[in-house]
Design a protein around this ligand. Structure first.
Ligand code: SF4
Length: 319
C-alpha cells in the first residue's frame, strides 16, 4: 500500500469541498489499495456524515451510509432487496459495507485485481487478457472488445428491477439519476463505469413505491453457498391476479457488464398464465444478443433456468 493522507470531514460541505477518494465501509477501497490497484493520495473518511436512515413510509429511502446488514433486516424493505443483500459477501462484510459503497464496488475480474497483467479497465489501452484467458465468471451480455467483466453488485440488480434512483451530491448541488442510467456499458472506455462526476458523492437510494413488490425475490446461483459472487442471479417481482401475470419486473446479474434489466421478458410475462411453460417461453428471450466466451457458454442456459426458478418461486406451483 502506498502512503496517503487521511482526513475525516465532519460535514457534507467539508467533504465535497476537498478533492479526494471517499472511504465508507472500506471493504472494496482498502482491498484495492492493498493490491496497488488503487493508490489515492488523499482519502476522506465520510463515516461521520449524516447519511444514514431508512424510511419506508412511501416507497423506500436509504441513506448511503446504511450498512448492508441493517438494510437487509429492516421490515419495510422489499424482499428482493433483503434477499439480494443477505446473499452478498459474508456477515462480517455486510456489517461493515455500506449501501453507497456496494453500488460503487469494482469488478471481481482477476486480471483487474492483478497489477502485473494488462487490463483496459485498470490501465486503459493495455488490453483485455480475459477475452482469451480465464473467463468462466465473465459476462455474456453488454460486453465489448475492450472488456467482458461482470458487475459485482447483487443489490444493484434488485434496485434496477425496482426502478430505483440514486441521489448524487457535489459542491454544485444535488441531482437524481435512475440507477439503470447510472451504470455505463464498457464500450471503448471500460475504466468509466458510471455517471459519477469527480468530487460527487452518492448520498441516498430512492425506491419508488410498488405495492406488488411484496411478491419478489432474488435467486443467486454461485459456486458455493456463501461468500461468493454470482455466476448468475435473477431479481423478480410479480403482480399476479386470477392465475395470470398482470405485471412483472425482471433483472439479472452475474452475466452482464452492468445490472441487466430484461424488458422483453417482462413484456412476454404480462398477461401470461402462471405456468412453467409460459415462464420458459418468456425466459427464452433473456439470452437474445448474448455472446459467450470460451469458458462461459454454460451461462446462457443457466440464465434462462435461473429466471424460471425465480418466477416459479413467486408464482407458486405451475397452474
Ligand atoms: Fe480488465 Fe475488463 Fe478485461 Fe477484466 S474483462 S481484464 S476488467 S478489461
Amino acid at each position: 500500500m502506498r502512503p496517503f493522507e487521511l482526513t475525516a470531514p465532519a460535514t457534507a460541505e467539508e467533504a465535497l469541498a476537498a478533492p479526494g477518494t471517499f472511504l465508507a465501509g472500506g471493504t472494496t477501497l482498502v482491498d484495492l489499495m492493498k493490491l496497488d490497484v488503487l493508490a489515492p493520495q488523499r482519502v476522506l473518511d465520510i463515516n461521520a456524515l449524516p447519511l444514514r436512515g431508512i424510511d419506508a413510509s412511501d416507497g423506500l429511502r436509504i441513506g448511503a451510509l446504511e450498512r448492508m446488514s441493517d438494510v437487509a433486516r429492516h421490515p419495510g424493505v422489499y424482499p428482493v432487496i433483503s434477499r439480494a443483500l443477505e446473499q452478498s459477501a459474508s456477515q462480517q462484510l455486510r456489517n461493515m459495507a455500506t449501501i453507497g459503497g456496494n453500488l460503487l464496488q469494482r469488478t471481481r475480474c482477476g486480471y483487474f485485481r492483478d497489477v502485473a497483467v494488462p487490463c483496459n479497465k485498470r490501465a486503459p489501452g493495455s488490453g483485455c487478457p480475459a477475452r482469451e484467458g480465464a473467463n468462466r465468471m465473465h459476462a455474456v451480455l453488454g460486453t465489448s472488445d475492450s472488456c467482458v467483466a461482470t458487475h459485482a453488485s447483487d443489490l444493484a440488480v434488485a434496485l434496477v428491477a425496482l426502478d430505483a434512483r440514486v441521489t448524487l451530491a457535489s459542491a454544485e448541488g444535488t441531482r437524481s439519476v435512475a440507477l439503470a442510467d447510472f451504470y455505463r456499458l464498457p464500450g471503448d472506455t471500460p475504466h468509466v463505469e458510471n455517471d459519477l462526476r469527480p468530487g460527487e458523492l452518492v448520498t441516498e437510494v430512492v425506491v419508488p413505491r410498488l405495492e406488488w413488490a411484496a411478491r419478489s425475490t432474488y435467486v443467486k446461483v454461485r459456486d458455493r453457498r456463501s461468500y461468493e459472487f454470482a455466476l448468475c442471479s435473477a431479481a423478480v417481482a410479480l403482480d399476479i391476479r386470477d392465475s395470470r401475470v398482470v405485471d412483472a419486473r425482471v433483472a439479472v446479474g452475474g452475466v452482464a457488464t452492468v445490472p441487466w434489466r430484461l424488458p422483453a421478458v417482462e413484456e412476454a410475462l404480462r398477461g401470461a398464465p402462471v405456468s412453467e411453460a409460459a415462464f420458459l417461453d418468456a425466459a427464452a428471450l433473456a439470452t437474445d444478443g448474448a455472446v459467450a466466451l470460451s469458458e462461459n457458454g454454460f451461462k446462457l442456459p443457466l440464465l434462462r433456468r435461473t429466471i424460471v426458478r425465480a418466477l416459479l418461486e413467486m408464482g407458486g406451483s405451475p397452474a
